[in-house]
Design a protein around this ligand. Sequence first.
Ligand SMILES: Cc1ncc(COP(=O)(O)O)c(C=O)c1O
Length: 276
Amino acid sequence: VGIRVNPDVTATTHPYTQTGGKGMKFGVPLDEAVAVARGIRDTPGLVLAGVGMHIGSQIGSPDPYAAGAAKLATLVGEIRAAGIDTLAGIDVGGGLGIAYTSAEQALDPFAFARALVPLHQRTGLPLLIEPGRFFVGNAGVLLTRVLYRKTSGGRTILVADAAMSDLLRPSLYRAHHPVWAPGHAPGTPEEVVDLVGPVCESGDFLALDRTLPRVEPGAVLAVGGAGAYGFTMSSQYNSRPRAAEVLTDGGRWAVTRTRETVDDLMRGETADPVWR
Ligand SMILES: Cc1ncc(COP(=O)(O)O)c(C=O)c1O
């Protein structure tokens, strides 16, 4: 087994995706880790194979990784000093940030590596990484059709058929996802819009204050950066069947998950409960 420690490192990212700080729910506190390691050693059938951390998600700087790595290196020394020599690797977690906008910069993988190499040098152990978003975040696009336009209080609102139930990140983290209007005629005048879904709360939006070419009901919009924490965080909230997933490869495409139906919403429900 491995011990995920809480290295008491807080990365600059949305508070909801910080996971490495003291008082957060994740990991074994650093000052308890050696005692936990001893407990593992003394438990028949268990071998302490590694220690690890995961300090958060969408992290743009290598610095918190370096800070966490220094603490893990010290911990490995303490575990070895306690006579435990079974460590086979160190898991440094994921969280490598990607660029959702052209103004943002993804975490430089070389800077990430440079932050972690000293951990390998100090311990001699192989390092494991768990990047999720970095691989797939910008590989996914959510396509949505504009249902209608309205104005309210001077704002132009596009109501689309996708909602917070399809892409939760804007509602949950106020995350910025790029929106494109593919296929609009060149020279179409631009306007500032809020792109919202049809779900019953004001927190249901995909993009606010966004400059887009004017689009009419029926137009398809593309919301970028939806490949990570997109479908996987989607839900059937508001009795909305979940979207289809389509894989593309050059000019080829294939449905890899069929669109849900109303029957899917009811699956598993019964009108005839067995009381116990
Ligand atoms: C333990 C652990 N490892 C890796 C990840 C992946 O994070 P990301 O997709 O930001 O790289 C997560 C995400 O929550 C996680 O909890």
